[in-house]
Design a protein around this ligand. Sequence first.
Ligand code: FES
Ligand code: FES
Length: 179
Amino acid sequence: MCEHDAKANCFEYIDSQMPRVPLDLVVNGERVHEMIDPAMTLLDFLRVTLKLFGTKEGCREGECGACTLIMNGRPVTSCLILAVEAQGAEILTVEGLSKDGELSILQEEFIREDGLQCGFCTPGMLMSARALLDRNPNPTADEVKEAIAGNLCRCTGYKSIIDAILSAAKREREALRNG
Ligand code: FES
Ligand code: FES
């Protein structure tokens, strides 16, 4: 149940006031050390503590996939994970997909295929797709559908998103072949 008064945002992070605990992990290739609220979710840690706002907050119940990121190579919904559970983990968020200011192939294909409208679901979609392509560089359309089954989009319909992931897979394979 929401602990805020009527004017406050129900999704706003509420500090538990418990004694701080140390958290060490790697986020997008950078070592991070913070003293944190042990009741804080990984999603809140990223958004509130690290100010990484790319990972979106939708339902906070594990239903929408907006908060998906990659933890130790697997896609996870960060609203359901306590930050302390990520002790020592390697985290990749949407901010880690681009390199030196250049969008990744996957991001480019989402744009080219019109795989987004409002973009709210897009970071989570991208991270589910990234995790899929990392373990399976040549997925079928059904495998793509399965990989993004936990990511809800209210705007685009899913065809353009699936097409974007399939064409990114093709381009990534070609890029690998061409060194
Ligand atoms: S905000 Fe995490 S699944 Fe919806
Ligand atoms: S683009 Fe708006 S929710 Fe997916």
